[in-house]
Ligand binder design. Structure first.
Ligand code: FAD
Length: 403
């Protein structure tokens, strides 16, 4: 039995290791476009950008792990096509690999803005170690960084750049930062915190293009910049799968459709991580998730399916973000919610926003509030009803809010 993994990122690297940990003794070939062995992306906008982490600490496993465990890791090489009939993949170096099972773990790519100057080589995005190295080279005290996009990556980069003494301007098209991914109280909290740290956050601004000296806005203003970071969301890298005729999402940010064992519409092909559109049984919905816990859960699903091990119980999706000394942790998805409730005081820098469907928590956004996150996640998983009045009272322990 031979498994080929396309993409040596968080999901691909984890799947290879989990196959071995699950007793898989067949051949494993993992092909990755980037030069480095599988590494963690979250520190790229946080500790790594601030110079607080080195390359070794980014790696998922030591570089020698793969050879020691019989994993044929080929970095700096791309898979360019899949021939499902023959069960082969063709590589950019001209070689062809056969497979019995194929795992697509190709991740996602930063969305490009269809604006004049958007292809300029001096615009930076923050997806890869190479991007982070370019950005880091620019960040020195007094330099002016303009960030387009108020999502997590933009906000984390803003916090890191401020701690390095850069001037930071953040431009967001919508009327609040994090609008697509977080509740209003959370957006308000982070906006206030960033402004207090000296970040010039401007919301409701339309970027018209990029040119020498900075970013041109729709009203004609030039926002001067030494360096521009664009972080406006990501699209699934599903081209290979589409070209091979696998079932993919036609709209939105794309994604390869998989089931709860990470299987695609071809039973010999699995897809895992950012590139998938996946069912989330806890919420009864199908979504594309971009998070490390999602990459790990699906890597486990594919590994277990391939070795014939029983699947683990479905997880509650979760995510984290670190900005300054603030630790944000989110569990669950808010789509089913009919109201929100804030527990604690945002002004004190420690609070949680609970999204409720009737008397059930479906999502918790916890700001430097690990007990609310932990307990909230469990209550979502178990679908336990809660006493809403108790939940609203921070003096009542989270253990006592379940009905
Ligand atoms: P990736 O890790 O992106 O790996 C995909 C790999 O496949 C890439 O190396 C790509 O080059 C390669 N590839 C693509 N096509 C081919 C091909 N045809 N042939 C060969 N190789 C190919 N998540 C959190 O939960 N918390 C965080 O705080 C957080 N912070 C983040 C900060 C940043 C700056 C970024 C970029 C992401 C962050 N994430 C965070 C998201 C998290 O890193 C991703 O969800 C995770 O990396 C997804 O893993 P993946 O393997 O699906 O994709």
């Amino acid at each position: 039995m031979k498994v080929v993994i396309v993409g040596a990122g968080h999901a691909g690297g984890s799947a290879a290791a989990l196959l071995r940990a699950s007793g898989f003794e067949g051949e494993i070939v993992m092909i990755g476009e980037e030069p480095a062995p599988p590494y963690q992306r979250p520190p790229l906008s946080k500790a790594w950008l601030k110079g607080e982490a080195d390359l070794d600490s980014l790696l998922l496993r030591p570089a020698e792990y793969y050879a020691e465990h019989g994993i044929d890791l080929r970095t700096g090489t791309m898979v360019v096509s899949i021939a499902r009939g023959e069960r082969t993949v063709s590589l950019s170096d001209g070689t062809v690999e056969t497979y019995d099972a194929l795992i697509l773990a190709t991740g996602s790519t930063g969305r490009r803005l269809p604006l004049p100057g958007a292809e300029r080589p001096d615009l930076i995005e923050l997806r890869t170690l190479a991007d982070a190295e370019r950005l880091k080279d620019w960040l020195s005290p007094g330099r002016r960084l303009v960030i387009v996009g108020g999502g997590y990556v933009g906000l984390e980069a803003a916090a890191s750049a401020r701690s390095l003494g850069c001037e930071v301007v953040l431009l967001e098209r919508l009327d609040r930062v994090l609008k697509r991914v977080a509740s209003e109280p959370l957006s308000a909290f982070f906006t206030e915190r960033h402004r207090a740290e000296g970040v010039d956050i401007r919301v409701g601004v339309e970027v018209a293009g990029f040119e020498d000296g900075g970013v041109r806005l729709g009203d004609g203003t030039l926002v001067e910049a030494d360096v521009v970071l664009v972080g406006v969301g990501a699209l699934a890298n599903d081209d290979l799968a589409r070209a091979a005729g696998l079932d993919c999402d036609a709209g939105g940010s794309g994604g390869i459709r998989v089931n709860e064992t990470a299987r695609t519409s071809d039973p010999a092909i699995y897809a895992i991580g950012d590139v998938t559109l996946r069912p989330v049984p806890v919420h009864g919905c199908v979504v594309r998730l971009e998070s490390v816990p999602n990459a790990l859960e699906q890597a486990r699903q594919a590994a277990h399916a391939i070795v014939g091990r029983p699947q683990s119980a479905p997880e509650v999706p979760w995510f984290w973000s670190d900005q300054y000394d603030v630790k944000l942790q989110i569990a669950g998805l808010p789509m089913e919610a009919d109201r929100t409730l804030v527990r604690g005081d945002p002004a004190a820098g420690r609070f949680a926003v609970f999204h409720l469907s009737g008397d059930r928590i479906v999502c918790v956004e916890a700001v430097s509030a690990p007990p609310e996150f932990m307990a909230g996640k469990q209550l979502i998983q178990r679908r336990t009803p809660v006493d809403v009045a108790k939940l609203a009272d921070p003096a009542v322990s989270m253990k006592a809010v379940a009905v």
